[in-house]
Design a protein. Sequence first.
Length: 260
Amino acid sequence: MTELLLAIDVGNTHTVAGLFAGDELVEHWRLSTDSGITADQLAAAYASLLPLSGRSFADIGSIVISTVVPSLTAQYRQLAGRYLGLEALEVGPGTRTGLPVLTNNPHEVGADRIVNAVAAVDIIGGPCVVVDFGTATTFCAISAANEYLGGAIAPGVEISLEALTSRAAQLSRVAIHEPGNVIGKTTAASLRSGIVLGFAGLVDGIVEAMKREMGGEKVDTIATGGFAGLVVPHTRTLDRVDPLLTLKGLKLVHQRNEKQ
């Protein structure tokens, strides 16, 4: 059996993990991120997930990780060493990505944003804009020469709703799903309309401004993240959605470092 690559993207709210057999993504999972979890607890979680697809730790030949939660870096490193007998490739300063980063301080750009950009360049090429609907809504601009130019960061859908309902006494938390109409007939419907359509407008405004700043040339766009499927249909600037973009970027980064 082909040894598998375990790719893990640790976000502030959710962790997305996937198994690659060569270039094929054969399994993936979405978990809640717990900043206090230990390596042993992580091992127990993955050991319970792998058999669901007929696999075990013994099938994993390499592991690549990106994380924006510093407290979990050491825990995943211990997971790789103790339970897999491997040294994890951690995306960060010094990692070979093949993507020049032209920001003032490349080290402060989140690992998830870098791997998203790497995948976008591979799938659609530059110039392009990547929008990630995560804990934050991030925008990354890539040049025609496939260089990471910089980006923008806005609040995420979920934390915006949490902030609003926690500060407004008469607004209760609602489940976010497709709004029926722009003009809501109930408070819950009004919240859904405002959140979903409001973020669609925010995204269109920032993407259009980025395109102008990038010279007005043809700029492709791609979106990912947990709320992309909900918001993107209401935008006019986003061309496609790839919910597994970050995992694909991790696989590409691993390949480039493996060759090195």
